[in-house]
Design a binder for this molecule. Structure first.
Ligand code: ATP
Length: 337
């Protein structure tokens, strides 16, 4: 069963000259966490605002639990859409206590105080209900925002860059805590982030937006093994495009109309040609070595004159080496990026 169904959704802010979102179609299964990943300007916020009812689409349809909430002739008001929202800014009312902040969204619910206290319990803030937002840390405030969003039992919870305000250590810790809480509630989640690590850590599926279009929606393992484009491949690991010069350097006969790439970790480096078991190999000079903890980054000049940067764990690698890869590890895309 799907909680969210998006069909051919488009939105332009300049009367169709360009599209912030263009022909976006996907579904989100009930109880799943889907991360929306894309660089700045790719349309993540526009998508969230359309789903939440803060913008109207130019075309397409949005259904929540099989009810149309937005289309060319339907527009359900945001407060009627059963969506819980958590943003980067915690958006708590500074003059209300933590408990009153959570109560705010459930004024019409029976036993609302009990429900609010249960939510605060769920997010681990049971003893702080009489405090005001400024008396809490950033991470605690974000958990209050989560409790408030979950209190009305939303059909869909949207988290829009909820951890961007926090430093890296706290961010990973809070992310894991928040998603552990979310998993207990079994709510369906759309999680917007520009951080692929965030997405990989907690999402069942990841949807990649580029220039307002969906380039791929898949489970993390497939995004790594079968990326649709070079852009997707580069989001999930260091990737080198095998351009025409590299194809010649490695003497690999590839189809000219396609685009090819190789993951950095699939490139093998050996001190002797006899040790290299790769199908495509070339000789190279090490121009520069940079030690990065347990790995060494090598700037190479290939026999053909091409330059290439690779990684190795062999700290005693010689200055003349053999570098290569196998056909099975080559990523292939239909068109040039
Ligand atoms: N209200 C608006 N008026 C005009 N253009 C807009 C408006 N909102 C968004 N855009 C444009 O739509 C495109 C998508 O923007 P959007 O904010 O959805 O991207 P984003 O992926 O959320 O970016 P970021 O990660 O920086 O928040 C951008 O080109 C942006 O300039």
């Amino acid at each position: 069963m799907s909680t969210l169904t998006i069909t051919s959704l488009s939105k332009s802010f300049d009367k169709g000259k360009s599209f912030a979102l263009e022909d976006v179609t996907f579904t989100l299964k009930t109880g799943n966490v889907c991360a929306i990943v894309g660089e700045s300007g790719s349309g993540k916020t526009t998508l969230v605002r359309l789903i939440a009812g803060l913008e109207r689409p130019d075309d397409g349809c949005i259904e929540i639990n099989d009810t149309v909430v937005a289309s060319l002739d339907t527009f359900v008001q945001p407060e009627k859409r059963k969506i819980g929202l958590v943003f980067q800014e915690y958006a708590l009312f500074p003059h209300l206590t933590i408990l009153d902040n959570v109560l705010y969204g459930i004024s019409k619910v029976k036993n609302k105080k009990q429900r609010a206290l249960e939510m605060l319990d769920l997010v681990g803030l049971q003893n702080l209900e009489n405090r005001y937002p400024h008396q809490l840390s950033g991470g605690q405030q974000q958990r209050v925002a989560l409790a408030r969003a979950l209190a009305p039992k939303p059909a869909l919870l949207i988290l829009d860059e909820p951890f961007s305000n926090l430093d890296a250590m706290l961010r990973a810790q809070l992310r894991n805590e928040v998603f552990a809480i979310i998993k207990k509630t079994e709510v369906t989640v759309l999680f917007v982030t520009h951080d692929t690590q965030d997405a990989l850590s907690v999402a069942d599926e990841i949807l990649i937006l580029q220039n307002g279009k969906v380039v791929q929606k898949d489970v993390a393992a497939n995004l790594y093994v079968k990326p649709n484009t070079l852009y997707v491949a580069s989001l999930f690991g260091n990737t080198i495009q095998i351009n025409k010069n590299l194809q010649q350097a490695f003497r690999c006969p590839l189809n000219e109309t396609c685009c090819y790439a190789i993951r950095n970790e699939k490139i093998k480096v050996n001190s002797a040609a006899s040790e290299s078991n790769c199908e495509y190999v070339t000789k190279a000079q090490v121009v520069k070595k940079i030690e990065l903890g347990d790995a060494v980054q090598l700037a190479l000049k290939l026999e053909s004159g091409e330059q290439l940067t690779v990684m190795t764990r062999d700290k005693n690698i010689s200055d003349t080496i053999y570098v290569g890869f196998n056909a099975a590890d080559i990523l292939r895309f239909e068109s040039e990026p």
